[in-house]
Design a binder for this molecule. Structure first.
Ligand code: NAD
Length: 258
């Protein structure tokens, strides 16, 4: 079997959080194109259903939509149970849902700080451990977390201390789980994208005017595209990455190199 065949995900089942749109939608489509049956998990169930239909139509795979608030333990447990019941198992997941609160630290309320940490970091603990417990008991699996280049550098000029701290936490959580589960068949890795053109960046009235500045700072002089994150996620979900765990992959056009 050639390498491209070996990278396929035929027979595998997985879910992606925050997959109604943006990066999650893109990796979800890539997992399905590679042969996996998947669940599109999101707070926005109307958009998740549209995305599920679109990906099922394009790939012929089984694609379901599940409403879930990733900050709710009960929701995440019910979501994982539904994935297992409807898809027939769980081999990989991509914990990707996230938000960014751009408020200066001295103006940020404690509630805003907690909200950003809850959606971006506590949710990854919930998703990874609830999915991980199933995988540990059923022959292993692969978990991919979306961190960010903001885990490695402090973005300028916009303030986002809670976001940066939450993403740094995602990387250390990833490494900690990778070590705990290294001999138990569950691998945990993260991706750290640079600025990517999605609704998170392009539709925010606050962030939109900053794009020219970001491009000036970026070695490649441009934003990344969600499609440029797909192949690493397919690799991490599949069986050609069996020695890869506890790794963080910077996909940022060299933004964090200086
Ligand atoms: P996006 O805003 O386009 O999509 C995020 C999705 O997450 C939305 O569909 C939203 O409904 C969902 N979501 C938000 N809160 C949720 C919750 N509590 N429960 C379930 N779903 C929820 O964002 P994106 O740009 O695709 O970002 C995806 C991930 O990538 C995030 O973790 C983000 O921090 C990270 N990231 C983005 C960039 C970028 O420049 N876009 C760069 C680095 C990292």
């Amino acid at each position: 079997m050639g390498i491209i065949e070996k990278m396929r995900l035929d027979g595998k089942k997985g879910f992606i959080t925050g997959a109604a749109r943006g990066i999650g939608k893109c990796t979800a489509k890539a997992f399905a194109e590679a042969g996996a049956d998947i669940a599109i998990v999101d707070l926005d169930i109307a958009e998740a259903e549209k995305t599920a239909k679109e990906i099922a139509g394009a790939t012929g795979r089984k694609v379901i939509a599940i409403k879930c608030d990733v900050t709710s333990e009960a929701d995440v447990q019910a979501m994982v149970d539904k994935v297992v019941a409807e898809l027939g198992g769980l081999d990989f997941c991509h914990a990707n849902a996230g938000i960014c609160i751009n408020v200066a630290a001295d103006e940020m309320s404690y509630a805003q700080w907690k909200k950003n940490i809850d959606v971006n970091l506590n949710s990854v603990f919930l998703t990874d451990t609830i999915a991980g417990k199933y995988m540990l008991a059923h022959g292993g699996g692969s978990i991919i977390n979306t961190a960010s280049m903001s885990a490695h550098i402090v973005n300028v000029p916009q303030p986002q201390c809670a976001y940066n701290a939450s993403k740094a936490g995602v990387i250390q959580l990833t490494k900690s789980l990778a070590i705990e589960w290294a001999k138990k068949g569950v691998r945990v890795n993260s991706i750290s994208p640079g600025y990517i053109g999605t609704d998170l960046t392009l539709s925010s009235e606050f962030l939109k005017p900053l794009i020219a500045k970001w491009n000036e700072l970026a070695p490649m002089g441009r934003l990344g595209k969600p499609e440029e994150l797909e192949s690493i996620c397919v690799y991490l979900a599949g069986d050609t990455s069996t020695f890869t765990t506890g790794a963080d992959f910077c996909l940022d056009g060299a933004f964090t190199c200086f």
